[in-house]
Write a protein that binds this ligand. Structure first.
Ligand code: FE2
Length: 201
């Protein structure tokens, strides 16, 4: 079965190994190809963490349910506005609002997989190569991408007024923020999920 094929909870069967790494930003899938009526209560096997393909379906569904997040959308100068939509033992959901000044800096999600559904505007995901530096991928409104816990990236709001829905499993608890120290060495700083990601000077 095509992993983007709509069809309710049947799309959320435990994924195969090749689906476990997620859909990269350069192959972001249209939100409209996911079931817009899926609810958290529809998720099967809620005694386990979710895989990237399942997080895609969840983020894509919530993104298509503006009644669950529209009242939380806001923009506040250079501060990124974010709001928790849900958090339980196995998954958390966030709404993020972006202006072009917002920049997460390089980070990982520790042991969590994740999915990002862009609802409005456009985000830029950057991935870091050792030989060629940063590789940027634009993700337009109406698409979703996902990743496993091995993923390192940086997100920016490409346009004022961009909005995205993020799903993580297990729920974010610690994250790694990367910085280059005075000696030029790359270092990882462990942050709480409650800390706002931003570049470390
Ligand atoms: Fe991230």
């Amino acid at each position: 079965m095509d992993q983007h094929q709509p069809g309710g909870v049947s799309t959320l069967a435990p994924p195969t190994a090749e689906r476990a790494t997620g859909v990269p930003a350069e192959a972001a899938a249209p939100l409209s190809s996911y079931d817009a009526t899926l609810r958290l209560t529809d998720l099967p096997d809620r005694d386990r963490d979710l895989e990237p393909a399942e997080l895609e379906a969840l983020a894509a569904a919530v993104a298509q349910q503006p009644e669950t997040w529209e009242h939380l959308v806001g923009f506040d100068g250079e501060q990124r506005v974010y709001a928790s939509l849900h958090r339980d033992t196995h998954v958390d959901l966030w709404l993020l609002c972006w202006v072009p000044e917002n920049d997460t800096g390089w980070h990982d999600h520790d042991v969590s997989s994740g999915a990002v559904a862009v609802v409005r505007g456009e985000l830029v995901e950057s991935n870091l190569t050792l030989l060629a530096g940063a590789r940027e991928t634009s993700v337009a409104a109406g698409s979703v991408f996902s990743f496993g816990p091995d993923h390192i990236h940086r997100l920016n709001g490409a346009r004022h007024g961009s909005v995205s829905v993020h799903a993580y499993s297990p729920p974010l608890w610690r994250m790694g923020q990367y910085a280059v120290d005075d000696a030029g060495l790359l270092r990882r700083v462990s942050l709480s999920y409650a800390d706002e990601l931003r570049p470390i000077d």
